[in-house]
Design a protein around this ligand. Structure first.
Ligand code: ATR
Length: 283
């Protein structure tokens, strides 16, 4: 194959070695017949802008951005989509001449996973969002667009939750609080957007947060239950989901931004799920 003729995309991150994005976009390209290549690129922690510049000089048309560069990517862009502006972070770059356009597909990916793959209606529901960092912020606009009855942001550092809720108050019924303040409340959907799972921890939630039919959703994913999912399961929660679907859906949304075609996500998600299960059985 003459790869020089292919449209070029990549994902920047640090670390980036375990990224599933190249495999996901390769599946999308195959499925839609789009002639593109998509690679993973390690950007030095102090060299993100240079890495992007080099990729543009090589003819790159667009890129995804992952940890820890999403805020820096936002600052690098000369144009922003509304949802990128709301998130204050960019995970999808498009290069056109001298213009670098920034978008954010994370929140849309989360909502598509919840409503499309998991059949969870958000409209009129009580949603609890755990965490007030970049991951939570990116989810807020798209979640509120679904018109929940209430969205509560709970965070270890209460002030950050309160500040985030204040910033989004014009977009819907949103409140911020600390974990202990949740006592006496229950929610239809509880979304973990904290980084607690990374250290094997679970946000300290008061008992009774989960209703009988609640969905416990972790933005993280792994070979089996994440610590948050395991904790919810131990509390009797029957509906559990990790963030693998969100990963695939945000990628599909980025693919759509670049190519104007929406790939089918279900076969890609089930393939990745199969790979994770196989890896779990080997351990
Ligand atoms: P990200 O971009 O992934 O959201 P971040 O901006 O560093 O990363 O935010 C991490 C979030 O996880 C924060 O809400 C953080 O709480 P604080 O604001 O109090 O720091 C939360 N977090 C990290 N470790 C946690 C833990 N062990 N328990 C509860 N929350 C945790």
């Amino acid at each position: 194959m003459n790869t020089a003729a292919l449209a070029r995309y990549c994902v920047f991150g640090n670390p980036i070695g375990h990224s599933k994005s190249p495999a996901i976009h390769a599946r999308f390209a195959e499925q839609t017949g789009e002639a593109l290549i998509y690679e993973a690129r390690l950007a030095p922690l102090d060299g993100f802008a240079e890495s992007v510049g080099a990729f543009i000089a090589e003819g790159g048309l667009g890129a995804n951005v992952t940890v820890p560069f999403k805020e820096e990517a936002y600052r690098l862009c000369s144009e922003h989509s509304d949802r990128a502006r709301l998130a204050g972070a960019v995970n999808t770059l498009s290069f056109c001449g001298k213009v670098i356009r920034g978008d954010n597909t994370d929140g849309a990916g989360l909502v598509r996973d919840l409503t499309g793959n998991l059949n969870a209606s958000l409209n009129g529901r009580r949603i609890l969002l755990l965490g007030a960092g970049g991951a939570a912020r990116g989810a807020l606009g798209p979640l509120l667009e679904q018109r929940p009855e209430l969205l509560v942001i709970a965070n270890r550092t209460t002030e950050k939750a309160a500040a985030l809720a204040a910033q989004f108050s014009a977009h819907g019924p949103v409140r911020g609080c600390g974990f202990a303040d949740l006592a006496g409340n229950s929610f239809d959907i509880v979304i973990n957007a904290t980084a607690a799972s990374l250290s094997g921890e679970v946000p300290p939630l008061p008992a009774g947060i989960f209703a009988a039919d609640s969905l416990a959703y972790d933005m993280m994913y792994g070979k089996g239950d994440t610590p948050f999912m395991a904790s919810a399961r131990a509390q009797g929660v029957g509906k559990l989901a990790d963030g693998l679907g969100m990963l695939v859906e945000q990628a599909a949304e980025a693919f759509f931004v670049w190519r104007g075609i929406r790939p089918q996500t279900a076969p890609v998600l089930s393939e990745l799920r199969g790979e994770l299960r196989a890896a779990q059985q080997r351990t």
